[in-house]
Design a protein around this ligand. Sequence first.
Ligand code: F6P
Length: 423
Amino acid sequence: MSRQKRIGILTSGGDCPGLNAIIRSVVKYASLKGWEVYGIPRSIDGFVDIAKGKLQPEDIKLKENGYDIPGVLQGLDVLHFLSGSVLGSSSKENATLPEVTHEIMEGYHRLQLDALIAIGGDDSTEKMYNLSKQGNWNLVIIPKTINNDVAFTERSVGFDTACNTATQALYDLTFTAASHERIMIVQTMGRDAGHLALHSGIAGGADAILVPELTPKLNEKLVDELCRYIAHMRQYRRKFALIVIGEGVRNLEGQKDHYIAETLAKLINEHSRKLCLAGDEMFAGMDEIDTRATILGHLQRCGVPTSFDRILATVFGIKAVNLIEQERFNRIVIWENGDVQSKSLDKIIPLIKWCHKNDACTSPLDPDGFMVRTALSLGIFLGDWEHHHLVFSNEGENVYYPTNNYLQPTTNQEIQESGIVNS
Ligand code: F6P
């Protein structure tokens, strides 16, 4: 048995399914080693409460069996199945004010922690990294987010469950869409990444999928092409269709729109009416396109974690404890080629900082990646007709999609600054 350690664990940023499964895995494995685990409530805000004496270390010590349920369920590991975070989470923690930082540091040292496991997305990773440098903390990060946009990990905890939720919603909407011969537009979360929209769109049988990497903003040409695509479907295939739009797609003015699905529904409706009135030949004998929008919202952050998310949560938790035991601190646990690995935060933080500074996504969809190609191979409308044409025509080396103003480091200087070369 290794020397007894005291470790802390916290959840930071937006919640997602699988957070409790990570906590459960860490507590179980660390307890077997005889270590003590302290659950910091409400992310780093909990350190402030400890510094102020509102909480005592004993109040937040986590027990191996989690929570005592009486009766026949006594001892059940409920944490494995529950979504949300039993520790509470926060994305608004203000760690930049000097007095707050001072209290966070005091709380951390009062607990006499050997190491801290912080579960978070890329914003939290940067925040925790900065604090750990200031306070000399022994930090390990576990990536979670339904957006799947944490750099250098192929999967983050929560993404798979969110995909399933959105896929199920598409299945459910299919039958009401069919009954009324309507176009259903479904808005997924995902922030500035299209992973959730594209994965659930393909799994849910969507006819069109708009993601920020390929469609940074709506434009009139796109609305026209989408209307014609739907008209073509109506003439030759079926009368209803499902469109998925990622929340990161901006409106006609290039602005963030919390109701982008509603905005698109209105644009399609108005434009198709114009085409009907103008006697456009594709719309001959047709009515304007009847559209309805559904915003899936926070339901995507709920639900019982899928088996994949529970497994990912469990192996990530165990890997984090192993890293602490080996005193390999300042690392992020990642999923790569079907295996759990870790990477130095010093190597990946420059990219995260570069992306945050330039308002870019740290891990966008690859516009030429296999998921995009899969969608195109199925004839799914992805927003840019030229892109379809280029990919389908497969013009050798020159197959290239101009991603408009979608931001990624491109010049040598930017690539150096972002740290990609060192990763
Ligand atoms: O980052 C996770 C996420 O769920 C995004 O997909 C979404 O844009 C955002 O958080 C919503 O945040 P809030 O819960 O603060 O509205």
